[in-house]
Design a protein around this ligand. Sequence first.
Ligand SMILES: NC(=O)c1ccc[n+]([C@@H]2O[C@H](COP(=O)([O-])OP(=O)(O)OC[C@H]3O[C@@H](n4cnc5c(N)ncnc54)[C@H](OP(=O)(O)O)[C@@H]3O)[C@@H](O)[C@H]2O)c1
Length: 218
Amino acid sequence: MTDAVPPRLPRIAVLGAGHTGPVITRVALAAGYAVSVAASGDPQRIALITQVLAPGAEPRWAAEAVADADVVVLAIPLHRFAALDPDLLAGKLVVDTMNYWPPVDGVQELFEDRGYGSSEIVQRRLARSTVVKTLNHIGYHELEAERRPAGAPDRRALGVAGDDPEAVRTVAEFIERIGYDAVRLASLAAGRLLEPGGPVFGASLRRAEFERALASTP
Ligand SMILES: NC(=O)c1ccc[n+]([C@@H]2O[C@H](COP(=O)([O-])OP(=O)(O)OC[C@H]3O[C@@H](n4cnc5c(N)ncnc54)[C@H](OP(=O)(O)O)[C@@H]3O)[C@@H](O)[C@H]2O)c1
């Protein structure tokens, strides 16, 4: 009899070492994922932050972190997105945690077309990547404290929106493993419901409440 080898968890690269990136890194590490973290430049500049805020994560150059990652988490300000080279992320599953905040980001022409959600615009630009939207609608300061084990009555729900079922499955499993109920939305376009001003943005809701809030929004 041979013991089945448990499937390896996806390797994660978090781009962004500001407020949000290190917290995502920390909860991913706690859930058993191998995580690299990168900012826009030399990893030595984030070595201390990483050591203090996300011990166990490897600070790397972005290109190197992305190269051997299965999942790349974009935790950079949206106004920096236009300068990100799409080739860097070609072929990767990209988790988009970004929000468009004109007061912070300034007016970004790329994201001014209100006919589309910001992640649809991200996907259009990252044409050779597979984009899944999640984690944008929970505050970075809540992400650690609100985790609960599966089945806990007060476990918070987070939405996962994408067009590729396999990518959505991988990201939903990530959300479940870090401590949240994953609610799948029908498409990346439906992910607009997760955006600022939408019915679940910043709201701490259980799965049933979350699904009701989505369903009651035209
Ligand atoms: N605030 C929240 O609670 C919250 C929650 C969910 C999602 N978000 C979203 O998370 C994103 C980041 O917000 P934040 O407050 O964490 O930003 P922040 O504190 O300003 O941090 C920005 C980080 O992004 C890095 N960065 C910029 N361009 C990069 C690139 N091309 N490659 C790699 N790293 C790059 C910066 O590195 P350098 O220092 O080297 O430039 C810096 O480490 C935003 O889009 C925001 O909407 C925020």
